[in-house]
Design a protein around this ligand. Structure first.
Ligand code: IPD
Ligand code: CA
Ligand code: CA
Ligand code: CA
Length: 263
């Protein structure tokens, strides 16, 4: 398979789908909730998922497509190419702020990430990666970062984790990291925050319980940009149903991983 050609095709699909989200006249705020009152989904989440799935299935009938608002992450066949889609990553931002949301697609084959694309619709920033060929932002190559000291790091961190369901020990470790770094940021879109790690805008990003479509594209991108994207806790595995994730520049990642695993 020519993965670069597949990346270009995926970019074309995403660009077409993005019109629906970019055009204020098509901004569909027919909002529903999922697991709780703060877990939003709009008609456009489904519309973008269906648009992309249809395009992919027409062009590549043998490929398998899953996504947050489509087929769930189960029984992925090993023999065929799988597209993992988050049609809107950052739905709360789409509804409330109309910025900082992305379309994310990761393409996998036999368990290995081949192509990752994350498109920040309102900023018109297209983050792309092909395994072995590097990561790019709007066509400009993203190079591995120089290591920095943890005390100078800016980390993507959602303050909700300090009051949420994480155990007291994890919360204590999180509080220590928040204290020790230079600054924290929270953008409300996991895929974008992970793309920012690849681009060097964040030195690390940590999140409890992400779904595979939140990081399928970013994991490829971060590794191509010389960073690390792993489970937060030793012994866990990415691409299990909801895994806590840690991504970062290598040195910062190492420090955070050690703290979260009591090393
Ligand atoms: C959510 C966003 C958010 C993260 C949540 C995700 P969605 O994705 O990425 O930043 O904290 O865990 O579920 O639902 O907007 O696609
Ligand atoms: Ca969602
Ligand atoms: Ca998501
Ligand atoms: Ca989503």
């Amino acid at each position: 398979m020519d993965w670069t050609a597949l990346k270009d095709q995926a970019i074309a699909f995403i660009s077409e789908a993005a019109h629906r989200l970019y055009d204020p006249a098509l901004r569909n705020l027919d909002i529903d909730t999922k697991e709780d009152a703060d877990d939003l989904v709009t008609a456009n989440d489904f519309a973008v998922q269906h648009f992309l799935s249809d395009k992919i299935k027409q062009a590549y009938p043998s490929h398998f497509v899953i996504g947050e608002e489509g087929e769930q992450y189960k029984n992925i066949p090993d023999h065929t190419i799988t597209w993992i889609i988050d049609p809107i990553d950052g739905t709360t931002n789409y509804v409330h702020q109309y910025m900082n949301f992305a379309i994310s697609i990761g393409i996998y084959y036999k368990g290995e990430g081949k192509v990752g694309i994350i498109y920040d619709v309102m900023a018109d920033e297209m983050f792309t990666a092909v395994k072995g060929e590097g990561a790019y932002l709007n066509g400009k190559k993203l190079y591995p970062r120089k290591s920095i000291d943890f005390s100078r790091a800016i980390i993507g961190f959602n303050a909700r984790w300090l009051v949420g369901s994480a155990g007291p020990k994890t919360k204590e470790v999180f509080a220590g990291m928040v204290r020790d770094v230079r600054a924290t940021r929270s953008y409300g879109s996991a895929s974008l925050e992970l793309a920012y790690v690849a681009a060097g805008r964040l030195d690390a990003y940590v999140s409890m319980r992400l779904a595979p479509w939140d990081y399928a594209a970013a994991a490829i991108m971060i590794s191509e940009a010389g960073g690390e994207c792993t489970p937060l806790f030793d012994g866990d595995e990415l691409f299990t149903e909801s895994c806590s994730v840690l991504a970062g520049e290598k040195h910062v990642h190492e420090e955070m991983f050690a703290r979260c695993n009591g090393q």
